[in-house]
Design a protein around this ligand. Structure first.
Ligand SMILES: Nc1ncnc2c1ncn2[C@@H]1O[C@H](COP(=O)(O)OP(=O)(O)OP(=O)(O)O)[C@@H](O)[C@H]1O
Ligand SMILES: [Mg+2]
Length: 125
């Protein structure tokens, strides 16, 4: 179990650097790590495409009591995150992000404003 926490703040142009870093951070979790990576990528895509594409996001990851905890804060206006249905999308080309996040994390919770996200995934049997 990893005990240290990582927290990074970055702009969209650094995504190409951050994505491999996230993959590396999760690599010891094998299949669960790959699943977590998919969910985190969707959250990051949303943070920049619906949040604020010119702003920064803060991503925090740590492990606690057999759980992977991921927090993501963007500086956009947010949305009604907990009320938006996280169900399989009807349209083929969008609306998949929340569904994938819900599929790969046990908990997906937004703050009241909808610009900050907490995701939790069990990583040990
Ligand atoms: N960080 C965010 N800030 C503001 N609105 C958001 C944020 N994340 C999601 N949303 C809203 O929730 C909707 C659903 O998000 P979701 O990721 O499921 O689909 P999408 O981003 O529209 O398409 P896809 O992810 O399939 O490319 C978005 O269209 C957007 O309106
Ligand atoms: Mg999306």
């Amino acid at each position: 179990m990893r005990t240290s926490q990582v927290s990074i703040e970055f702009t969209e142009d650094l995504l190409k650097v951050v994505r491999p870093f996230i993959r590396e951070y999760l690599s010891h979790l094998s299949e669960k790590g790959i699943h977590a990576e998919v969910g985190i990528n969707e959250a990051l895509n949303n943070a920049f495409s619906h949040g604020n594409d010119k702003g920064t996001v803060r991503l925090t990851m740590y492990e606690q009591n057999r759980k992977l905890i991921v927090r993501l804060k963007d500086n956009g206006e947010g949305f009604e995150g907990n009320r938006t249905p996280h169900v399989p999308p009807g349209e083929l080309d969008h609306g998949r992000g929340l569904f994938l996040m819900e599929s790969f994390f046990e908990r997906v919770i937004y703050n009241r404003t909808g610009n900050e996200l907490l995701m939790m995934k069990y990583i040990r049997d």
